[in-house]
Design a protein around this ligand. Structure first.
Ligand code: NAD
Ligand code: UDP
Length: 345
């Protein structure tokens, strides 16, 4: 064998091995790649989660009826071949073939969930039944985006997962609070009765880029008001507290919860334990925008507005090795930049 044909043989073998390695690589990749259904995928959290899961190499089916979500928040994902958008209301049955479900559909801002309270309860309860039925047929895992609102106006502080809550069943917030509580009940009944693989997370106040300008929740309201030079509207005397979590921290916690291998089903609190009064929040926003001409004004406190809210995240730390990393100042700066950009200021 002369040098040239010897080299061809060596190269041929190497190419073959390389190809074999690539096929193995591809097979490994395909086996970890999942087709994930995200209901409420065009909303604030859903859009971030869709982007994260696509970047991890998964396919995403985003289901949304655009009640509060919008195509704008997912337009940057539309050209990705792994992304599919379905306009659908989850109060109606859905037939798709997927490997995993994140059930996020439900308006989350008090302004929006109180606008059509009957639809809010239907989305939480009938929507959960439909998505649980789908998960049961496909024998797949399903994660429920529950909320700190299941604790209502809490009598213990900070809130641990074993606290049953203090919820008004007939007030203006009840459509959301009780809807989410009933959804949790359904998830645990499907787990007990049908052995369904469930995950339940209780999300505390989360904020960040891609919140809608008209979302109505406190962080986006204060930032948009400060940027436009409008009055900053504190409801009540501003002494009520919330613990604000930046969106990127939540997304990592959600995915860790879905993927945990210990069959830890929750419920688990996902939030940032750093607690602030609403007045402190308004002052921080103004501190970060010294050029703003806005003044703080006080308006009536909405009925049943919880007085305090702070997650105990001991369980998330233990079971998921998760804790939030982004502090309020850093998260607010990123969110302010986002709103500056979309308001073209
Ligand atoms: P969001 O309002 O931005 O998103 C909700 C999405 O669900 C929207 O795109 C909306 O159009 C869609 N939707 C509503 N009803 C639907 C229906 N019947 N069928 C299909 N789609 C429907 O709210 P978000 O902040 O992204 O919240 C997402 C989930 O997380 C909600 O379930 C909410 O309860 C939960 N959560 C959020 C927070 C938070 O601070 N952001 C806190 C606790 C819980
Ligand atoms: N809030 C406020 N001004 C606003 C919007 C909200 O003072 O423009 C208050 C609201 O009364 C509540 C807190 O901020 O005490 C958080 O409200 P949000 O609507 O963000 O969520 P909640 O935790 O009440 O569901």
């Amino acid at each position: 064998m002369n040098f040239q044909s010897g080299w061809k043989v060596i190269r041929g073998k190497w190419d073959c091995n390389y190809l074999r390695f690539k096929i193995f690589d591809l097979r490994f990749f395909v086996s970890i790649m999942k087709k994930v259904l995200i209901t409420g995928g065009a909303g604030f959290i859903g859009a971030h989660l869709s982007e994260y899961l696509l970047n991890q190499g998964n396919e995403v089916i985003c289901v949304d009826n655009f009640y509060t979500g919008s195509k704008k928040s997912i337009v940057h994902l539309m050209s990705n071949p792994g992304f599919e958008l379905l306009r659908h209301d989850i109060t109606f049955p859905l037939y798709v073939e997927v490997d995993e479900i994140y059930n996020l559909a439900c308006p989350a801002s008090p302004v929006h969930y109180q606008h059509d309270p009957v639809q809010t309860t239907k989305t939480s309860v009938i929507g959960a039944i439909n998505m649980l039925g789908l998960a049961k047929r496909l024998k797949i895992k399903i994660l429920q985006a529950s909320t700190s609102e299941v604790y209502g106006s809490p009598k213990i502080h900070p809130q641990t997962e074993d606290y049953w809550g203090n919820v008004n069943p007939i007030g203006p917030r009840s459509c959301y609070d009780e809807g989410k509580r009933c959804a949790e009940t359904l998830f645990f009944d499907y787990w007990r009765q049908h052995n369904l693989r469930i995950r339940v997370i209780r999300i505390f106040n989360t904020y960040g880029p891609r919140m809608a300008i008209n979302d109505g929740r406190v962080v986006s309201n204060f930032i948009v008001q400060a940027l436009r030079g409008e009055d900053i509207t504190i409801y009540g005397d501003g002494s009520q507290t919330r613990s604000f979590q930046y969106i990127d921290d939540l997304i990592l916690g959600m995915v860790k919860m879905m993927e945990n291998k210990n069959d830890f089903i929750g419920p688990v609190n996902l939030g940032n334990p750093n607690e602030f009064t609403i007045k402190e929040l308004a002052e921080k926003v103004l501190e970060l925008m010294p050029e703003s001409k806005s003044k703080i004004i006080y308006k009536e406190l909405p009925i049943d507005d919880p007085k305090q809210r702070q997650p105990d995240i001991t369980l998330a730390k233990k079971e998921l090795s998760w804790e939030p990393k982004i502090e309020l100042k850093e998260g607010l700066e990123k969110t302010i930049d986002y709103f500056k950009n979309i308001l073209s200021l």
